[in-house]
Design a protein around this ligand. Structure first.
Ligand SMILES: [Zn+2]
Length: 167
């Protein structure tokens, strides 16, 4: 049953949550998403595929990845099948598209670029989103979280080792 193990998920959720301090817009309306989908013909931007059981459907894919403070807004999102979304990960979208798109990759790239431009999306930069003092506080927060996680891992591993010995 999914959703009963939270340790691994915790790192993901906290890391993502902390990024929202810098890049807060992480919601899109149903209508906005529907418009983006339509713009790309309801197909995956990267492989051109329609939603199927195999590719597990079409999802919003961040052009600028979340790890680089990309936001969930129409100008930073294109439709991607779950398979492409997973295999792209944090790779840059242009080379990924070139490696994947069966037709004219350059024309498809131009389409994505026009989409970004039409929405006037510019990636958020830490240096412009936060003041110097806030950047210092932010980086301290990240280090604190790293320390917290490291302690939690040690505790978990020690308890696990002991349980194994007692078996
Ligand atoms: Zn795809």
């Amino acid at each position: 049953m999914p959703g009963t193990k939270h340790f691994g998920r915790m790192q993901y959720n906290v890391a993502r949550g902390l990024r929202e301090i810098v890049a807060p817009r992480q919601t899109m309306t149903r209508e906005q998403w529907a418009r983006v989908l339509k713009e790309f013909g309801e197909c995956c931007t990267f492989c051109g595929g329609e939603p199927t059981r195999e590719n597990r459907g079409i999802v919003p894919d961040h052009l600028v990845p979340v790890t680089k403070f990309g936001e969930l807004v129409p100008g930073n999102v294109v439709p991607a099948c779950q398979t492409c979304n997973d295999s792209r990960g944090e790779k840059d979208w242009r080379p990924f598209l070139r490696s994947r798109y069966p037709g004219d990759a350059e024309a498809q790239i131009a389409l994505v670029e026009a989409h970004v431009q039409a929405h006037g999306y510019e990636a958020i930069r830490l240096e412009t989103a936060l003041s110097i003092e806030e950047q210092v506080a932010y980086s301290e927060l990240l280090s604190e979280w790293e320390r917290f996680l490291e302690t939690a891992r040690r505790l978990r591993d020690a308890a696990e080792q002991r349980r194994k010995r007692e078996l």
